[in-house]
Design a protein around this ligand. Structure first.
Ligand code: GDP
Ligand code: ZN
Length: 450
């Protein structure tokens, strides 16, 4: 990108809001020696922890702690960075921050430290996103994958494929100058074999990225069913501990209740719905409205029924209201009351399970079914915690490579053009080609201080 790195000094509290043993104010700028001098009386040796008293303009001590200095370019942002490690109380932190602003820093925007790291070439875009994803990771598996992105493993794979594309493009473009010999020449260089290998690599990466995207955002599961069919009980079983209210009184689950549980490290956002029925109760009605909103965003709908009763009129009514095209699993609960073992079968292409939320019999069948619906098949450690934007770029690159394969008999210019477009799509992932507005969107989603 042509954007010039900004040179003004920025500051923010880098630790989470609230009280803690230690709180950190981070400062980044072009030349922080005078800054350190003013606030701590001296500039510490690079990358060494030094005890310091942080003082205001009147030389009153605001706090004491550690001062760390990371001179450019060997810092997170690539600029001079100071870390003021003080006591982690909101008032102390605000006082230290205010002092930094007084000394000429301005309050950093969300993600601005990471953005500077990107603009100064310390991180590429996929790595910068890895920083945010690691912070936000909701399972250990997601955190491990985010760390892989952050450390550049994902970028290295994208770049590897892109470099192979560039080699191939150069070969094809060189051939354009010698039209009589083009076919022989390309055959000799095994251009089409290389293109094919490239497609396979892209497909494999896309698959791992898709699996990683699942780890990152998880699956929205909505539990629907009449009051008392056992929605709360099933949620508790899936969660493995008591989390939702279970009672015998119909209509006690008043509100959409969101629980995040894990199955093989995939976050499953399960929404236990209020009994979907007409009610005069105000609170219950609000719960019902909210439930319908959740249902529209669902990846899977779990239809819960009482195995003794089968589908009633009310169930048919609810079915008619559910959005089309969302995966459905029908669960016949309370199989224990019929004395039947848990089972799975398919009816008209839809999966039906018989299980007992009370005894837990068959809940493993449901977990496996949820993983199947999610399309989860990975077990390795090498997943890529991809974002939607990465998936889109990878898919586009793959489309162009497929186009190129199909055009291999046709005009060579078109072939070369498809390769160029594929290369450009890959470049978007690491930020080699990226519009400023995309950067704005990505970094604004960070928290302040990151
Ligand atoms: P919800 O209104 O759909 O959330 O239903 P609850 O989970 O609150 O359950 C209603 C009642 O059915 C409670 O008394 C549960 O203990 C009971 N129940 C739920 N699942 C089962 C099951 O699999 N077997 C039996 N025997 N009872 C169940
Ligand atoms: Zn309930």
């Amino acid at each position: 990108t042509a954007t010039k790195p900004p040179r003004d000094t920025i500051a923010a509290v880098a630790t989470a809001p609230g009280r803690g043993g230690i709180g950190v104010v981070r400062v980044s700028g072009a030349d922080l020696a005078p800054f350190a001098q003013a606030i701590a009386g001296r500039l510490p040796r690079p990358r060494e922890a030094h005890f310091a008293r942080f003082r205001d303009a009147q030389q009153q001590v605001l706090d004491e702690g550690l001062l760390l200095f990371f001179p450019a370019p060997h810092s997170f942002t690539g600029e001079d960075v100071l870390e003021l490690q003080g006591h982690g109380g909101p008032v102390v932190m605000q006082m230290l921050l205010a002092r930094c602003l007084e000394l000429g820093a301005r309050l950093a925007e969300p993600g601005e430290f990471t953005k500077r790291a990107f603009l100064n070439g310390k991180l590429d875009l996929a790595q910068a996103e890895g920083v945010a994803d690691l912070i936000k990771a909701s399972t250990a598996a997601a955190a491990r994958s985010a760390l892989r992105s952050l450390s550049g493993a994902f970028s290295a794979e994208v770049d590897g494929i892109r470099d192979a594309l560039i080699d191939l493009r150069m070969l094809v473009e060189a051939t354009l100058d010698f039209p009589e010999e083009e076919i022989d020449f390309l055959q000799a260089a095994d251009a089409f074999g290389r293109l094919h290998a490239l497609r396979l690599r892209l497909e494999a990466l896309l698959d791992r990225a898709r699996q990683g995207a699942l780890l990152r955002s998880g699956l929205n599961v909505v539990l629907v069913g009449r009051p008392n069919v056992g929605k709360s009980s099933l949620l508790n079983q899936l969660a493995g501990e008591e989390r939702a209210i279970v009672t015998d009184v119909a209509g006690t689950t008043r509100d959409a209740l969101r629980e995040t549980i894990q199955i093989e490290g995939i976050p499953l956002h399960v929404i236990d719905t209020a009994g979907l029925r007409e009610t005069a109760d105000q609170v219950e009605r609000i719960g019902i409205e909210r439930t319908w909103k959740e249902i529209e965003r669902a990846d899977v709908i779990l239809r819960l029924r009482d195995a003794r009763e089968g589908a009633g009129e009310e169930d048919a009514e609810i079915d008619g209201l559910l959005p089309e095209g969302v995966e459905r699993i029908t669960v016949h609960n309370k199989s224990d009351l019929l004395g039947l073992p848990a089972s799975r079968h398919e009816r008209e292409g839809a999966v039906e399970l018989h299980l007992s939320a009370r005894t837990g019999d068959g809940v493993d069948l449901l977990r496996a079914e949820l993983l199947r619906v999610a399309g989860w098949h990975a077990h390795g450690e090498d997943l890529v915690l991809a974002r939607e934007r990465h998936l889109i770029a990878l898919r586009r690159a793959l489309e162009h490579v497929c186009e190129a394969e199909e055009r291999s008999g046709a005009a060579l210019e078109l072939f070369a053009e498809e390769l160029r477009l594929a290369q450009e799509a890959l470049g978007e992932i690491t930020g080699e080609f990226s519009a400023d507005d995309l950067l704005g969107v990505i970094f604004s989603r960070f928290c302040i201080g990151k």
